[in-house]
Design a binder for this molecule. Sequence first.
Ligand code: PRX
Length: 646
Amino acid sequence: MTNELRPIPSDFAAKALIDDAGYLKMYAQSVDNPETFWGEQGKRLDWMKPYTRVKNTSFEYPDVSIKWYEDGELNVSANCIDRHLATRGDQVAIIWEGDDPSSDKKITYKELHEHVCRLANVYKELGVEKGDRVILYMPMIPEAAYAMLACARIGAVHSIVFGGFSADALADRVTGSQAKLLVTTDEGLRGGRSVPLKANCDKALAKVAHDVKMVVVQHTGGDIAMREGLDFWYHEQTQKVSADCQPEAMNAEDPLFILYTSGSTGMPKGVVHTTGGYLVYASMTHEYVFDHQDGDIYWCTADVGWVTGHSYIVYGPLANGATTLMFEGVPTYPSPSRFWDVCEKHKVTVFYTAPTAIRALMGAGEEHVKGADLSSLRLLGSVGEPINPEAWKWYDEVVGEGRCPIVDTWWQTETGGILITPIPGATETKPGSATRPFFGVQPVILDTEGVVQTSVEAEGVLCIKDSWPGQMRTVYGDHERFVSTYFETFKGYYFTGDGCRRDADGYYWITGRVDDVINVSGHRMGTAEVESALVAHEKVSEAAVVGFPHDIKGQGIYAYVTLMEGEEPSEELRKELVTWVRKEIGPIASPDLIQWAPGLPKTRSGKIMRRILRKIAENDYDALGDTSTLADPSVVADLIEHRANA
Ligand code: PRX
């Protein structure tokens, strides 16, 4: 790790929105007087009924309560579309780049308005009302953004299920949210291959007890089955309804969306974000972190199935009247030049991606970058996992040509928006550090006993003191789980689940999760989820899953599997288990390595000692620690001897 500060490139600094003195002044205001600060920031949105109360929040366990702008009323789609029509009606809102490099389109704010209004009217005709849940299972096409904004327009709550999740995972979320409607496409396209989205929906709904209607976008023209009276074509229905739909007045604290994410225990939980505070925060962070200026062509390569896609492809940029690029494909199709070709083709100015993609493209060779004209780029961003300094430097030198600041943005599904990040015109960077807090964010580092580390240099778990407007409000249907997951361990603080170091300059370095969550290619996966998928297989008696360092993915999935009495390990069974997990959860949960474990290291009370399993998976036998408390210490030697290798 390097401690050297990278100066802000001077051409960038000359035109940036704010400099360091500006950042320090605003940061001080934001924490000294949050009411005034956020009261002012709230004005970046159009309110149907102005708020009189800005902040009403408490992290006191167990009476945690978070409300922002609580008596205000507004509509998110009106803020992302209607209010721009007078000044930006003919400006491009969304640039769509298809999986196939010859397919693209541009949608202006005026066109976006019409698409969203029509779909909102279709929702209404299908019986969707304010507060109802709508599940979106979509590829990266403009209709995914229309579908989100149309929900927001009528006050329905969307819950996007990533198109890479299996039918089983989709069924759980449809049932969990009791959704009335599912929006999907015939098929998705990724890297030249089709993904059977509608067929997955059919399989999922076969497992759902209540009736769910479907709106189906015709995208590839693939052959699919339509249920009479329940499934409707998007292109037919949207032509039958009016092109105008009045936006519903929503309370600031009405839910905007639910997004399921993995935790350290149990099944994924539905993170609930609300309307006013979320949009203020998404808009403000998008503006300051990406130094948003008129004329920018902004590209975030995430998928709308993850929170990054919600806040930084759709809501933040559109609230700011930006031009946002949506990409359907993958970084390596048809060649590893694809990202850079798209940057050149659409003259992208701000580019935001994940370390896993950077590492994969770095491995493909510099020549793929050098072939493209990247002179339009002025700012680069990273998100999803710690970025290793080598990847950071390659991004800086080869992609950014030393001209573009890099913003390494740390945040979570729960936080709604970016919490720790450089402000590009203000913050000198260090490769691998997320640097300093965003306005209103007060990070604290605690030791495992919960003692706050007051020295500048410190290491421990990362918590946040006091609320920010974009924070999640509850776990859908289980407020107690919200309170116990985030506020019980360290009383009075929001517990992030991440480890962190603060250096002598007060810069934050995220060191990774301290709980049983692993981060695979920037996607969060609960080890408990993968374990429960494995033990659901009839030949598996027990399973323990841990992360291990992986060159491209950051972390890979390492599974220890104990078979039922009488079952024999085989290569065939290994493949069968991988296929099984893909079916239960989705390809992103596929174990990279499976080790047959006749026994697992357990304490005398039967608790699996994951610390030991992690060390074996990491090939770090010297640090196994004390194994004398194990019920049967000999299992460790056996596990080491038979460690799985790629
Ligand atoms: O461990 C942190 C890691 O990703 C987790 C959040 O995952 P998710 O909710 O899926 O959201 C990802 C996109 C915001 C965090 O707890 N993480 C995210 N960004 C960074 C990061 N770790 C280090 N540096 C980052 N910039």
